[in-house]
Design a protein around this ligand. Structure first.
Ligand SMILES: [Zn+2]
Length: 320
């Protein structure tokens, strides 16, 4: 990291004003985040004040993800560990709760007002964790991420605050964009059929009915009954497009399309959506805004609505 004169001066002040800060101001903050969506916000807010490692890369399913040995090493060395919570990281939860006894560990989505959460179909008293799908809710999680970073580096709070506002402004624009383009999807086509139930918040926010082959977690197997039931719905309602997900196998989706074809109803893949993981690092789709922009634009166009081919700001990769 290049020390600016400003941060260098802060380093001196902090040493005088706070005898035992959590971190010396000259140190950069070493953050580990579980999902790419959390890492994206943390990375933006931190800027060059630290580094963020995301444990789950493109195509990784958080419901079944287990920490590797090198992940454990990274987490035990990190200044701050950010995880989602709401039982998203089902296989990591025990480890993270234990780690919280000795390290600074924050479950950022747990800060959300329960009133805004959808229930979990499979478990009483649990919530649907897929809140990043609704930018108007995710912005509150971004605020929780910013709070955690500020408490780790209070000396940089003003810088973090400005960058947080910036990031949240982009998230607000995503919501406005989604609202305006998805409103152009014809009434009869407002059905989103996906591999697992990751889009309920999205559907609620933008007025789409959402049908997943698998439940809220990918851990449960989709039964043949569920596939048959969905085939009937596709045929009866004349639904022409379904969507695959980058972090879930497309096996069930192929069975669905074949089932519909057997009933002489042609269904095509409307596109590949980023449900629980973002795209490749270094690409626009590998950021949270790019992920949502891609989903909104792909869904709108596949269901017969109007959206610019390259998305909100013309940044999306051209359709292959
Ligand atoms: Zn999921």
């Amino acid at each position: 990291m290049i020390l600016t004169r400003r941060s260098f001066m802060h380093a001196g002040l902090a040493a005088v004003a706070m005898p035992a800060p959590a971190l010396r101001a000259a140190d950069t903050l070493d953050v580990v985040a579980t999902t790419g969506m959390i890492a994206d916000a943390a990375r933006y807010i931190l800027g060059d004040a630290g580094s963020v490692r995301a444990l789950m890369g493109p195509g990784v399913d958080p419901h079944s993800f287990r920490q590797t040995r090198s992940d454990i090493v990274a987490m035990t060395r990190a200044d701050l560990i950010l995880w989602h919570g709401l039982y998203l990281e089902a296989q990591m939860e025990e480890f993270l709760l234990n780690l919280a006894r000795s390290r600074k560990v924050v479950a950022v989505a747990e800060a959300l007002d329960r009133e805004r959460l959808l229930g979990h179909a499979d478990y009483d008293g649990r919530f649907d964790p897929h809140v990043w799908m609704a930018p108007a809710i995710w912005t509150e999680v971004v605020a929780a991420i910013a709070d955690a970073l500020q408490s780790a580096r209070p000396d940089l709070a003003p810088t973090f605050e400005a960058r947080t506002q910036d990031y949240r402004a982009t998230v607000a624009r995503l919501h406005d964009y989604a609202q305006s383009v998805l409103a152009t999807v014809p009434e009869s086509a407002r059905v989103l059929v996906t591999a697992h139930d990751a889009f309920s918040y999205f559907g609620r926010a933008y007025g789409l009915e959402v049908l997943g082959i698998q439940g809220i977690s990918t851990e449960s197997e989709a039964g043949l009954n569920r596939i048959r039931q969905l085939v009937d719905i596709l045929v009866e309602r004349g639904i022409g497009a379904v969507f695959v997900e980058t972090s879930v196998s497309d096996r069930n989706m192929r069975a669905l399309i074949e089932g519909a074809a057997a009933s002489s109803h042609e269904v095509r893949i409307g596109g590949e959506l980023y449900s629980d993981a973002m795209g490749e690092p270094g690409t626009y789709e590998g950021t949270y805004p790019g992920m949502i922009d891609h989903n909104v634009t792909t869904i709108t166009r596949a269901l017969g609505g109007d959206a610019p081919e390259r998305g909100m700001d013309g940044n999306l990769a051209a359709a292959g």
